[in-house]
Design a protein around this ligand. Sequence first.
Ligand SMILES: C[S@@+](CC[C@H](N)C(=O)[O-])C[C@H]1O[C@@H](n2cnc3c(N)ncnc32)[C@H](O)[C@@H]1O
Length: 231
Amino acid sequence: MATTHKEWANQVLRRIDPAFRHRWVVYSDEVKNHLNPETIWIDCGCGDNEAVRAFGVQANCAAGLDIQEPLTGGGNFVKGDIKRLPFASGCADLITLRFVVEHFPEVEAYFSEIDRVLRKNGKVIILTTNILSPLIFLPRLVLPYPIKNWILSRLFKVDSAEIFPTFHQLNSPGKFAKGIKNLHLQHLEFISDLNYTRKWVFRILLFWHILTRPAFLHKFRTNILAVLEKR
Ligand SMILES: C[S@@+](CC[C@H](N)C(=O)[O-])C[C@H]1O[C@@H](n2cnc3c(N)ncnc32)[C@H](O)[C@@H]1O
């Protein structure tokens, strides 16, 4: 019987690393754990606003914000720039950024706004790329952006318009550990991206995942999940 790449990848993972959780699952569980009927949640750089559509009902109020209109409708959406958030100071309990901070050309101006809009003891959840991983920093070192964009769009079968320029200004565990403005690191986790769009890409990513199995090598995995608290 023919299996999809996803089923095939999950079968391989069940044998090799049954405890493995895909990055979307780890991130979504973290977001859901921070939602309750009182939470005011803003998903910054929401893209298609999937997260708010999926879990927004668990919050008091949830909105996705992006500089571009989502492709599909639904969910509470606000068009805006993270550098000039159209929200009152101290209004949000939770701000999430999934694959957004790597696109910030500089950290200060963006996080001043996030810091302003977040209430005291509010949380920021970030999922992003880890520049310590050779799978992230090598392509960045050797490939000019248009070529990297072309390769990534074909490898992962996404439209090249969906691949935004990356700057990696905040993308190392050391930078998160230092904190940003009034935001202090509460939790940091390294996650392997095991993308199964192509079987050979999955095999390379799996090889790297296995190689980085010892805890002291986790910091070379491709993705970082960080939770920060405003103090
Ligand atoms: C790689 S996409 C991630 C989308 C979504 N968070 C997800 O995980 O599917 C990055 C998103 O950040 C948005 N973005 C980048 N800079 C932004 C800014 N200054 N203000 C608002 N949105 C921004 C882009 O428009 C894009 O939708």
